[in-house]
Design a protein around this ligand. Sequence first.
Ligand code: PGA
Length: 251
Amino acid sequence: MRRTLIAGNWKMHKNSETARGFARDFLKLYQTTPDLDVCIAAPFTELLALEEMFRGTDLFTAAQNMHFEDQGAFTGEISAPMLAEIGVDFVIVGHSERRAYFAETDETVNKKAKKAFEWNLTPIICCGETLAQREQGLERHIVRHQVVMALAGLTPEQVAKSVIAYEPIWAIGTGKVATPEVAEEMCRVIRTVIRTHHGDAADDVRILYGGSVKPDNAKELMDMEDIDGALVGGASLDPVDFLDIIHAAEN
Ligand code: PGA
């Protein structure tokens, strides 16, 4: 039985005041849910504050990126031990925006996934095709390749603990959500390729859908068999919208 995971991705939004304001409003309304995990990927500058505000709750925090070395001359980077030290639980790896704008490759995604596990962080590994790739019928090929590369060399236990987020790039921030059937089909492709390479660990991997998830489309997506949760961008910025998505995933 896979626990649902609803992950918010704030991207480069919110400052100290608005992040704390979100957490205050959210904590007033949020009720612990037995079968569901919730995490928020905040900018690095807000992670410690969120960690402190979430203490004593079952809410998790996530980083949006990290470096694959423990330390060194990598100006501007943040390492896994730095995140682990402040109590961060998850880290998003290989988001399409990082792949597109910051030269993230399948190789660095794999290195980061391995490093995350060394420090007891759970990687949320993103994959997904562009519109042009889908129009050429390449979506399965692209996504299979990304997933195989990302998980290469991980132990079966690590694969089982990993989270994969299928995020078609044409659906991110566009309001064009994938239909539940398309999202399910791709999440099933991902589970199948994981089974081919890592055996039964495929049954435990949580596969999320991401891309314009909103309160009014979350339930039909979450109802699909191979979709175990959501990675939510825009709609995670508002506590009420984010809670509505969590509630939709509960039912
Ligand atoms: P969106 O972003 O929900 O705003 O489409 C999703 C993501 O990029 O993780």
